[in-house]
Design a protein around this ligand. Structure first.
Ligand SMILES: NC(=O)c1ccc[n+]([C@@H]2O[C@H](COP(=O)([O-])OP(=O)(O)OC[C@H]3O[C@@H](n4cnc5c(N)ncnc54)[C@H](O)[C@@H]3O)[C@@H](O)[C@H]2O)c1
Length: 377
């Protein structure tokens, strides 16, 4: 299986995952013809990194908004594969709902429409485990798969937008293209992603440094999850893209969603932070700041305050019930179906993932300390 000669568009290419997908595409032995990178903004660091690995593949940067249809036209004209990772991630409710909706849902629908008009054959959507759950009751799942029945009732606006976007993507499978061909789509439901450059890890590191080098325990030890390393979820996109080129394989993949995890040991989100930087000698608080039920009602109280203050001031609490449930519900998934249908196996072992991520976090410590000091001054 190869992507030799393929022209591909990656949206969200300047983001944490997007950058890693682009890097893997550029490293492919049998070079792609062209990769177009679309994002609302690219850091100079990201552009420098792309320059470093650029080989025979032509790289085109398209800076702009996913809601701009004329930009989407330019981006899709002449490509046969779209990897759509661009999205706003918002677990706290910091972003206005309308914007979240426009980018995550409308943006995806606009992109699908343009793909049909521009005869794009293959479309891979980066979805999230949050479209499955956990639900508000916090029902656990252990080693679930695509057939696991689960009552998904999430109130998180982000999860709702991702679900709607995923639905549009999977429904678009089989649509007739303008040239008489057919659009084939699939969605990869990623676990929480960790790795070098992960903005969430940086946030946790900051809080740890402010807490005298002790990680806050925001999830109980028993809340086992299986996050995925950024290199592995990126690799899953590449593997799915390759398999879609082969009609015999594509017929199993199209219209399907897949859970993508790897061999990261099952542990709570808080324990993952600790594990990744164990060698730096940081500690972790042994218990949640208060019993789970109390934490839940405390979050409810903050939500009520936020609601009551709304006419006067926009107050976004640092936690909410949905987040408390997300962080404290056992929720693990296997990648068996992705392995069976498109040959996905993690490219990096847990040891490699831990080492690379840990080194990156260690390299961040001095500058984060400086930054936090200057902020406090
Ligand atoms: N990070 C995680 O733990 C995680 C877990 C599961 C799924 N995902 C999914 O993976 C994808 C990538 O996430 P990430 O962690 O790399 O986040 P990220 O924020 O680093 O990347 C998203 C990119 O989308 C771009 N973007 C946002 N709005 C845009 C717009 N209007 N027009 C064009 N580009 C826009 C951003 O600039 C950013 O570069 C997302 O679809 C997310 O839902 C992430």
């Amino acid at each position: 299986m190869s992507l030799a000669g393929v022209s591909c568009l990656v949206t969200g290419a300047g983001g944490f995952l997007g950058q890693r997908i682009v890097r893997l595409l550029l490293e492919e032995e049998e070079a792609l013809a062209e990769i177009r990178l679309l994002d609302k903004a690219f850091s100079s660091e990201a552009l420098r990194r792309f320059g470093k690995v650029q080989g025979k593949t032509e790289v085109k940067i398209l800076e702009g908004d996913i809601r701009d249809v004329s930009l989407l036209h330019r981006a899709c004209q002449g490509v046969s594969l779209v990897i759509h990772t661009a999205s706003i991630i918002d677990t706290l409710g910091l972003v206005e709902k309308q914007l979240l909706w426009e980018v995550n849902v409308t943006g995806t629908q606009l992109l699908l429409d343009v793909c049909v008009r521009c005869n794009v054959q293959h479309f891979i959507y980066t979805s999230t485990i949050e479209v499955t759950g956990p639900n508000c009751r916090g029902d656990p799942i252990f080693s679930g798969d695509e057939d696991t029945a689960y009552e998904s009732i999430s109130k998180s606006p982000y999860a709702q937008t991702k679900r709607l976007a995923e639905d549009s993507v999977l429904k678009a499978d089989g649509q007739m293209l303008k040239d008489g061909g057919m659009l084939m789509t699939c969605a990869l439901r990623s676990m929480y992603i960790f790795g070098e450059g992960c903005p969430f890890l940086q946030g946790h590191l900051d809080k740890c440094l402010l807490n005298k080098n002790v990680y806050l325990r925001f999830s109980r030890k028993e809340a086992l999850v299986n996050p995925v390393y950024v290199g592995n979820i990126a690799w899953a996109h590449v593997q799915a893209a390759k398999a879609l080129q082969v009609p015999q394989k594509a017929k199993h993949i199209r219209g399907q969603f897949y859970y993508i995890s790897d061999d990261t040991p099952h542990m709570s989100y808080a324990d993952l932070n600790y594990e990744l930087t164990r060698e730096l000698g940081f500690g972790i608080e042994p218990r949640l700041p208060m019993p789970l039920t109390m934490l839940y009602y405390f979050s409810l109280l903050l939500e009520i305050m936020s609601f009551l203050l709304r006419p006067f001031v926009r107050y976004i609490p640092s936690t909410n019930r949905q987040l408390v449930t997300l962080l404290n519900t056992p929720f693990t998934f296997s990648y068996r179906k992705a392995q069976k249908d498109f040959g996905y196996v993690p490219r990096y072992t847990w040891e490699e993932a831990k080492q690379c991520t840990g080194q990156w976090m260690a390299s961040m410590v001095p500058q984060r300390r400086e930054y936090l000091k200057s902020k406090a001054a």
